[in-house]
Design a protein around this ligand. Sequence first.
Ligand code: SAH
Length: 242
Amino acid sequence: MRILKTTLLAMMLCAATAMGERADAPHQSERDRMVRDQIGERAPWGRTKVRDKAVLDAMRRAPRHEFVPGVSISAAYSDRPLPIGHGQTISQPYIVAYMTEMLKPKKDQVVLEIGAGSGYQAAILAEIVKEVYTIEIVPGLGEQAAKRLERLKYTNVTVKVGDGYHGWKEHGPYDAIIVTAATSHIPPPLIEQLKPGGRMAIPVGPPFQVQQLLLVEKRDDGSVVQRSEMPVRFVPLTRGKE
Ligand code: SAH
């Protein structure tokens, strides 16, 4: 009986702490509102709601304000992309959530991202999957993203500076690949590094205009099918010197 009482008390204390932490987490209410009003149940008319619970939970957890420059912290949870320096942007929260859902991420998976930028998309994936590898072509951004992710204890993300066009063969093949910069075509090395049954989200189209967000699926027999999900606008995928 005594043991039972202690256990009950411990359970109650645990619950209280968990709830307390959640309510006290910086910007938690802004994140909850962002998910509800921009992405989930109350997403604006015309937007396909994101329903994957793991994705919504990840968006509620990851501290987006840590991934934007100091001057933009007050806008971190607003419904738009924001500048992150070097002419690059962190995507709008809805696009991050939508693209993550497209990949159907699962906790035992390994995912490759091209275009680390601030590291935010990688953090969202890292909340769900086992391992994330991400490549950034601008050294300043890549180094900053790596430091930030380390400080925030995203220990399952590895950042590399380089040209992501070639993928990252060493850690592949991948369950999913996400490209967060616009390309004129799907880089063949990325298709090669996708597992059979794997999924890729990639914006394809002309630079500085509207692109199509494509879902590319590699079937178990190795054949590739693609379909267009929605029009998007991404900064261009630039190419390193060969
Ligand atoms: N996913 C990022 C936002 C991406 S913005 C985030 O969550 O913040 C697109 C990024 O792709 C930019 O940082 C840009 O420098 C990078 N990029 C452009 N071309 C690239 C390439 N060939 N390889 C890797 N990264 C590239």
